[in-house]
Design a binder for this molecule. Structure first.
Ligand code: FES
Length: 170
């Protein structure tokens, strides 16, 4: 992150903390904002947040490590979350998982080198009768098959003009 970007993010953190009267209830919205902007919570951001809320950085770190949607590791622009709970598992989640790994040339828990995609498993998304279910950021996909994986991934690549450099398909 450039120094100017960090300054801008710090200013946003301070502004959001003030809006919440530096109350701890504002911590999650601020952390979510930082996660969205930077795709992770850096040690510097934790420091800035702690200062803005007048709390110890360890407290911020504790919150970050508690919530799975917050991460200290940089994630992709698009986080692909495949449901691994029993209904989706029985509906063919494993084949979809394998195809996602082939398509992106990474394993679950990893991020593509171009920073576009992260693959993760998640628990039930409430679409159990329409499994396998999958989320790409906020977009939900039901009845996903291995055959649909390439089109779904391509739609995100195309949306942001990303080059198909990995897992190319015909
Ligand atoms: S088990 Fe996958 S959405 Fe419920």
């Amino acid at each position: 992150m450039l120094a100017s970007e960090r300054d801008q993010l710090k200013a946003e953190i301070i502004k959001m903390a003030k809006k919440h009267d530096q109350h701890r209830s504002g911590l999650i919205p601020v952390l979510q904002h930082v996660q969205n902007v930077s795709r992770h919570i850096s040690p510097e951001a934790m420091q800035d947040i702690a200062e803005a809320f007048k709390i110890h950085p360890v407290e911020v770190q504790g919150v970050v490590s508690f919530y799975s949607f917050l991460s200290t590791e940089k994630k992709g622009k698009f986080i692909v979350r495949l449901c691994r709970t029993i209904s989706c598992d029985m509906a063919g989640k494993e084949a979809v998982a394998n195809q996602l790994e082939n398509e992106l040339d990474i394993e679950f828990g990893e991020t593509t080198d171009d920073g576009m995609f992260t693959l993760e498993f998640t628990n039930c998304l409430g679409m159990c009768d329409q499994g396998p279910a999958m989320l790409v950021n906020e977009d939900i996909y039901a009845k996903v098959t291995p055959e649909k994986v390439a089109d779904i991934i391509d739609s995100y690549r195309n949306r942001f003009g990303a080059h198909v450099t990995q897992g190319e398909h015909a």
